[in-house]
Design a protein. Structure first.
Length: 454
């Protein structure tokens, strides 16, 4: 199929929240996207729209990135693709062994045909459409804004019990295997994952609405391509490209928020100074410095921030940022080959970590541990990590989760963290943790424990 058309941005009068806009404009579209800055967002952008499924993934890979993208433009997405990449595609390209299952999802992209962009900082809206339909689409959205009423909260169906890929004892035994690999010197850190499966929901969009309400995040999203959906409350930006500069902001380290200001400050300081959290964070920073150097101009690599605590409604997180100026001629596929899968989802050294994890996990990760977001025709990219997410397939739904294992990790704390992280996405699915995992989650408050966001 030909490249998507560039989209013309036209400002709208007034304001309507992203949830109401999506429900009125795109809820029934077979190929739709909602890149979500979160409910009650006060900064950032939300991009929601619809299009057609891209049948030539090489068209996305071949897109050049190093050109000047005109950063002064009002809207950060002006046509291109929105979609996701699965973990196995990236691991295979990096030379790692991968597990595959018949019907396991692969990367999927939607070529955008019409959209609405929300600038939350300035509370301004734009319509996006090609030249031929820009005026009609603008009038249609303006009419919806005049007539729409706020969306009612979605109902919660009866609960089921999720099925775990690993039991607690099995998972803690795998953590011990990770620590043994680290003791041998085969890796410094390993991101060990598992998954929980539940029945396919009747309405994935309602599941996403419950997820974003319970766990607001600045890089969330709802993406649909036919029967397959990705619902994410991701707090982690993987790759951002603007004006030929690429950056990544890995998260390693989490603490809960407290209603008491003194206790909240203490938790943030504990996170900032924790030896394990800082060591795990800087290992991934070094790994990403290496990955980005393969596509960057020599001498332009920068660690823009290291061990910075970012605070969100539910958690404090330890975040660092690495950037580099892209060499001329770098394409999106080159960037993916250099940096994907993300080091925060593999461990270090990356190839050794992926090889060890393939043996230990012995099952595909699928879309979990991949990435999602937009790739613009102008060379601008914004991709988030697929964590804190739900993947809906034709025959069910799954929630992937895991944690970064180091020599200092305690198996009981790491397993409890897995249970805690899976609890909110499963609750949005109206599914409960299996009893042995639920017992661990009950012992540990949200956000506290092994100290990462996987």
């Amino acid at each position: 199929m030909p490249l998507p058309s560039p989209l013309i941005a036209r400002p709208l009068d007034g304001w309507l929240d992203a949830e109401s806009l999506f429900l009125h404009l795109f809820a029934d579209s077979d190929a739709a996207f909602w890149l979500d800055a979160g409910p009650q967002a006060v900064d950032g952008w939300s991009i929601l729209g619809a299009g057609v499924v891209e049948h030539d993934p090489d068209a996305v890979r071949e897109l050049p990135l190093a050109a000047d993208d005109g950063e002064d433009a009002a809207v950060p997405f002006r046509g291109g693709w929105v979609g996701w990449l699965d973990y196995e595609t990236g691991a295979r390209a990096a030379g790692a062994p991968v597990a595959t299952t018949e019907g396991e999802p692969r990367g999927t992209w939607v070529a955008a045909e019409r959209a609405v962009a929300l600038d939350h900082a300035r509370r301004r809206l734009w319509t996006l459409a090609d030249t031929a339909s820009a005026e009609t689409w603008h009038a249609q959205v303006q009419a919806v804004m005049s007539d729409a009423v706020p969306a009612a909260p979605p109902a919660v169906p009866a609960a089921s019990t999720a099925v775990a890929r690993h039991g607690v004892r099995e998972y803690t035994a795998l953590i011990a295997d990770c620590r043994e690999a680290i003791r041998r010197g085969d890796a410094y850190q390993l991101c060990l994952t598992t998954r929980f499966c539940a029945p396919r929901p009747a309405d994935p969009l309602s599941v996403y609405r419950r997820l974003r309400a319970a766990t607001p995040a600045h890089h969330g999203g709802y993406l649909r391509a036919g029967d397959r959906c990705l619902l994410s409350a991701s707090p982690e930006q993987f790759l951002a490209v603007s004006r030929g500069v690429v950056s990544t902001s890995p998260i390693k380290g989490t603490r809960p928020r407290s209603d008491d200001p003194a206790e909240d400050a203490r938790l943030a300081e504990e996170l900032r100074t924790d030896v394990k959290e800082r060591a795990e964070n800087v290992m991934i920073v070094d790994l990403m410095r290496n990955d980005l150097s393969h596509v960057g101009v020599p001498g332009s690599l920068r660690v823009e921030r290291l061990w910075q605590v970012e605070s969100y409604p539910a958690v404090h997180q330890l975040v660092s940022t690495v950037s580099v100026r892209l060499r001329d001629g770098i394409r999106f596929g080159d960037l993916c080959d250099a940096a994907f899968p993300a080091g925060s989802m593999t461990g270090a050294p990356k190839l050794s970590a992926m090889t060890i994890l393939h043996r230990l996990e012995d099952a595909p990760r699928g879309v979990y541990a991949g990435c999602f977001g937009h790739v613009g025709l102008d060379g601008r990219v914004d991709l988030a990590m697929v964590i804190r997410s739900i993947v809906v397939e034709r025959d069910g739904a799954y929630v992937g989760t895991g944690g970064g294992i180091t020599w200092l990790s305690r198996p009981d704390a790491e397993a409890a963290e897995v249970a805690t992280k899976a609890r909110a996405p499963l609750a949005a699915l109206a599914a409960e943790l299996p009893a042995e995992w639920a017992a661990l989650a009950a012992e540990r408050p949200e956000g506290r424990g092994a100290g990462n966001t996987r």
